[in-house]
Design a protein around this ligand. Structure first.
Ligand SMILES: CC(=O)N[C@H]1[C@@H](OP(=O)(O)OP(=O)(O)OC[C@H]2O[C@@H](n3ccc(=O)[nH]c3=O)[C@H](O)[C@@H]2O)O[C@H](CO)[C@@H](O)[C@@H]1O
Ligand SMILES: C=C(OP(=O)(O)O)C(=O)O
Length: 369
């Protein structure tokens, strides 16, 4: 949706879900003069950016605290209007969610960033130029920021340590349809050759991997059998491996994946969240719910967001046996001994990411539906 701001003509985005993030982004596009209308099929959105204008501060402010996606408006608005005002961001409360990588990257493109009490004001008095950027961590949002900014910046941008999630590849596909020149090189390097103008696109976004993993985990947690239409094996392989280790069954079809409970005991696992192609941090929570029903102790190491175990309070209230450790597991505890029954991942120690990490031990005993 945000990429449509970069085009000179209308875009058609298909299969758009009716969720709050979409409503926030739509509202923010509309206050900037983008005409957004429903298309012929359910889920079609037509985005017409031909009359983009500077929005009134009060209208932008009305979107404060509701989503994290407004941060992605920076580059496109700088290209269209020479300035951008980004309201205070919202998003899930899953730990510290800094935007320093975004702002550092924008400065490298030549933007001037002013932090104000009510948000961030960004200007580009001399336009935006290609930049040499290395992310401290392969952040999904910061990679999207760089892609959206670099496509119309003057010159070449080299982004190192980029995120390479399927959602990033999908954004690159959209930008290529619009006229961008972007190449994905080995070792997380992305090269973007800036172009003067971009057209609108027609595109159907990829399926939601988080939703698919949530339905799959729900099938395990409830002894159920769920067919997730549109789910694709190639974007779920890491999840499918873990699902199988827990004992879950799945059948892959051309038009989706069937996930179902095996009918016997589920097994505990040791997992660690990571950037793609690792086990997604977004898959961790639904899977932990299923693990409360496994026979034995599982260990989950969250390396992406240190506070992403907040939901376990509710599970504990429901009777689940879960302990969250902020600073690591204590050696010699029952939890550690139990964990040795599953083979730890090769990256078991030391944690590789820059963010603080936390651990969660889940045992089967006493959990209720
Ligand atoms: C709307 C959306 O698509 N959200 C997803 C996106 O979030 P989001 O893009 O916010 O997540 P990132 O990939 O950027 O964050 C990864 C890590 O980098 C850190 N970081 C990030 C940016 C920054 O400027 N500074 C910094 O330190 C974060 O605190 C975190 O520890 O990717 C996450 C990781 O797959 C997913 O959990 C979110 O569902
Ligand atoms: C972290 C998430 O989203 P957001 O980045 O919008 O908070 C999420 O949906 O799990």
């Amino acid at each position: 949706m945000v990429a449509s701001l970069l085009g000179e003509t209308s875009s058609l985005l298909r299969g758009v879900p009716d969720i709050s993030d979409v409503r926030v982004v739509r509202g923010l596009l509309e206050v900037h003069g983008v005409k957004v209308t429903e298309g012929a099929e359910p889920g079609d959105l037509i985005l017409d950016p031909t009359n983009v204008v500077t929005a009134h501060m009060a209208d932008i402010d009305a979107h404060a605290g509701s989503s994290r996606i407004p941060i992605l408006f920076c580059g496109p608005l700088l290209h269209q209007l020479g300035e951008a005002f980004i309201p205070d961001l919202g998003g899930c409360r899953i730990g510290d969610r800094p935007i320093d990588f975004h702002l550092d990257a924008l400065r490298r493109f030549g933007a001037v960033v002013d932090k104000l009490p009510s948000g961030i004001r960004i200007t580009a008095p001399n336009g935006l130029h290609g930049a040499d950027i290395e992310l401290p961590y392969p952040s999904v949002g910061a990679t999207e920021q760089v892609l959206l900014t670099a496509t119309r910046a003057k010159g070449i941008t080299e982004l190192r340590n980029a995120a390479i999630e399927p959602e990033i590849m999908d954004l690159i596909a959209i930008l290529q349809k619009m006229g961008a020149i972007i190449s994905v090189e080995p070792n997380r390097v992305i090269l973007i050759e800036g172009v003067d103008k971009l057209e609108g696109y027609t595109h159907r976004g990829i399926f939601d991997r988080n939703e698919a993993a949530s339905w799959a985990s729900a099938a395990l947690a409830t002894g159920g059998d769920v067919f997730v239409g549109g789910a694709k094996q190639e974007h779920m392989m890491t999840f499918l491996n873990v699902f199988r280790k827990v004992g879950g069954k799945f059948d892959i079809y051309e038009d989706g994946i069937r996930f179902y409970h095996p009918g016997c005991d589920l097994k505990p696992v040791v997992i660690e969240t990571d950037v793609h192609p690792g086990f997604m941090t977004d898959w961790q929570q639904p899977l932990v719910i299923a693990l409360t029903q496994a026979h034995g102790t599982s260990i989950v190491h969250e390396t992406v967001y240190e506070n992403r175990f907040g939901f376990t309070d509710a599970l504990i209230e429901m009777g689940a046996d879960i302990t969250v450790h902020k600073d690591g597991l204590i050696e010699g505890s029952a939890a550690c001994r139990a964990a040795t029954s599953s083979r730890p991942p090769s990256s078991w120690a030391p944690p590789r990411c820059t963010a603080p990490t936390s651990w969660c031990r889940i045992s089967a005993a006493g959990s209720h539906t």
